[in-house]
Design a protein around this ligand. Structure first.
Ligand code: ZN
Length: 220
């Protein structure tokens, strides 16, 4: 997809309108026989502004595409789950979600595309849910019972506990990574937006100077 127009903001469009205004003004001036030795330099400058907007817009589109890709990956893992009837990994359709208590996490209600059976997926549908679920299972396995032993000790579940501890560590890292990535993206977006607002304001200032013949300077 090469069309950037879907990603232009109101400020981008304002900048384009201002640039169109200045370029038309410049051409009009020359058509009426006027000579501006700085004309080509000005047009070059306007094109540079346009390129700046397009560069920012491409960054915005890239972020949107990365986010969509991430969401697609998450959706892929939610629609590929273990079916207890088929006793195999199957592609499923998500029909809704259901709260699983304890520990109070949301899991997808799904329908197997092979056998048609409907069931609740055994894995929570968000990273936060998965983390909560793993922490709950760990607690169940390691809590000391009335007989003075934990389920881990009684049922020899040491491997499960080790797996859960690793899984909790990985999920926490995944959550932190996503948070940091979001913060970085947000900071970059805010900086880029600020830069464009400054560009728009500068162009507005030039336009104001231009329509005020008594003033000095200005672009066109
Ligand atoms: Zn099935």
């Amino acid at each position: 997809m090469n069309d950037l127009s879907a990603y232009y903001t109101a400020v981008d469009r304002e900048i384009f309108a201002l640039l169109d205004y200045f370029i038309a003004l410049q051409h009009d001036f020359e058509r009426r026989g006027g000579h501006d030795p700085d004309g080509p330099k000005k047009i070059e400058e306007f094109n540079r502004f346009r390129a700046l907007v397009d560069m920012r817009t491409k960054q915005r589109r890239k972020v949107a595409e990365e986010r969509a890709e991430q969401e697609q990956l998450e959706m892929d893992s939610r629609t590929q789950v273990f079916c207890l009837t088929c006793k195999a990994e199957r592609k499923v359709h998500i029909g809704g979600e259901q709260r699983v208590d304890p520990p109070g996490v949301m899991c997808d209600r799904v329908k197997c595309t092979v056998c048609g059976s409907e069931f609740t997926a055994q894995v929570p549908n968000t990273t936060t849910g998965k983390l909560k679920y793993a922490e709950y299972l760990l607690q169940v396995l390691t809590m000391v019972r009335a007989d003075g032993r934990s389920l881990m000790e009684r049922d020899h579940k040491q491997d499960d506990v080790a797996r859960l501890i690793k899984s909790i560590k990985d999920l926490k890292k995944a959550e932190r990574d996503v948070e940091l990535e979001d913060q970085t993206r947000e900071r970059n977006r805010a900086n880029a937006d600020q830069k464009l607002v400054e560009t728009r304001d500068l162009l507005l200032f030039w336009k104001l100077q231009n329509s005020n013949p008594g003033s000095q300077g200005g672009m066109a």
